[in-house]
Design a protein around this ligand. Structure first.
Ligand SMILES: *Cc1c(COP(=O)(O)O)cnc(C)c1O
Length: 400
């Protein structure tokens, strides 16, 4: 055996944590790190949230798993709550984001199939997208670095430049079934799609008989200050994949659909062993209890403004390090002039955790329960990190 017993697929930082409290991760030596990576938008309520711990431990004492061959009351409840809060009429639970996307893509193809259009199976996607690591979702994401060496790309995905709705229109063929887009690109560099663009996509789908699929795996569950990012645009999809934040750290994903879009998903055509398991549903319901509580999302929006203003001041102070601040809600990107990995490393030295993204961006995805004080602390650490990377002030030319 060479090196670790693990697949070498992750370039892991030399850090390991023993426990977490809210926005803090603590290593075995008691060192505290301010966690603005948030498990990549997974730890929506931070670490060890008492309501989540209670929900999980209570369910663990009752029942862990039953097959989807039986009724699962927690699943029905979580589905009804998601339906009540969104465009959707129906929900299919999964264990991950990629599986939620697989379900959405399959549901769109089945819709066309049972609607008399078996020839429509293709999905239009956008450059910079990330939809997961299964064979179909790497084809949907279209990134060469994730496709290389894995054999023929799964058939049925056509990619157009980010934000180019004219290109999307031109890419529609008699074989097109759906258009898939992240309302705010996460891995692609925290890039929001304009409301105007989403509206045009909705119109294209309606006029061509296509389904509109939103991937809110990263931007959903309160991240933008709305329960779902699409609410900001007023444009509703036919299908939506969610995951990450809905489980608060427990693996949960879901595909949401209108009745019309789910028409082809009849008994036996799709399934999962673990998806919607009682433990996952107990946690998912507990996450919604907190996120849907009165005033929670408004407070996310307020805190997001505080963070963005603080970051803007740091960007003004260190223009040779930071080019701009982008993003919405607590899904912010620091676009760097230096390599984004350098800023992330300098922040780690300040004991603050972040995650890189495309377009030379450092992503900030703090738990939604972050406090004002922690936001000020984060801004200070980012300022300190930027200062260490900023070139010293050029000396005034010496008098001859
Ligand atoms: C993380 C992510 C996925 C994939 O989710 P997994 O749980 O890793 O399979 C899909 N889409 C988006 C936008 C994501 O951020």
């Amino acid at each position: 055996m060479s090196g670790s017993a693990l697949f070498e697929t992750f370039a892991r930082a030399p850090l390991s944590f023993e426990r977490g409290e809210g926005c803090w991760l603590i290593d075995a030596e008691g060192r505290r790190y301010l966690d603005f990576a948030g498990g990549i938008a997974v730890n929506s309520l931070g670490h060890s949230h008492p309501a989540l711990v209670a929900a999980l431990t209570e369910q663990a004492g009752k029942l862990w798993h039953v097959s989807n061959l039986y009724e699962i009351p927690g699943q029905t409840r979580l589905a009804e709550r998601l339906v009540a809060s969104t465009f959707a009429d129906k929900v299919f639970f999964t264990n991950s984001g990629a599986e939620a996307l697989e379900c959405a893509i399959k549901t769109a193809r089945r819709y066309q199939y049972v609607s008399g259009h078996p020839e429509r199976f293709r999905t239009i996607t956008f450059e910079g997208a990330f939809h997961g690591r299964t064979l179909a979702t790497i084809a949907a994401g279209g990134q060469a670095k994730y496709l290389e060496g894995f054999g023929p790309k799964v058939e049925g995905f056509d990619q157009v430049p980010f934000g180019d709705i004219d290109a999307a229109e031109k890419a529609i063929t008699p074989e097109t079934a759906a258009i898939l887009i992240e309302p705010v690109q996460g891995e692609g560099g925290i890039r929001e799609v304009s409301a105007q663009s989403l509206k045009r996509l909705r119109e294209l789908c309606d006029s061509h008989g296509l389904l509109l699929i939103f991937d809110e795996v990263q931007c959903g569950i309160g991240r933008t200050g709305k329960l779902f990012a699409y609410e900001r645009s007023g444009v509703a999809p036919d299908l939506m994949a969610i995951a990450k934040g809905i489980g608060g750290g427990f693996p949960v994903g879901a595909c949401l659909a209108t009745d019309a879009a789910a028409v082809g998903m009849t008994p036996g055509v799709h399934g999962t062993t673990f998806g919607g398991n009682p433990l996952a549903m107990a946690v998912g319901n507990a996450v919604l209890d907190v996120v849907l509580a009165d005033g929670f999302l408004d407070d996310v929006a307020r805190k997001a403004l505080l963070l963005k203003q603080g970051l803007a001041a740091v960007a003004d102070e260190f223009p040779e390090v930071i080019e701009d601040i982008r993003g919405v809600g607590l899904m912010l990107g620091v676009r760097c002039r230096i390599a984004n990995t350098k800023l992330m490393a300098a922040l780690r030295d300040e004991r603050m955790l972040t995650v890189t993204a495309g377009d030379n961006v450092v992503r900030l995805l703090p738990p939604l329960v972050v406090t004002d004080e922690e936001i000020r602390e984060a801004v200070m650490r980012i300022r300190n990190a930027a200062a260490t990377l900023s070139p010293p002030v050029a000396p005034v030319a010496a008098a001859q």
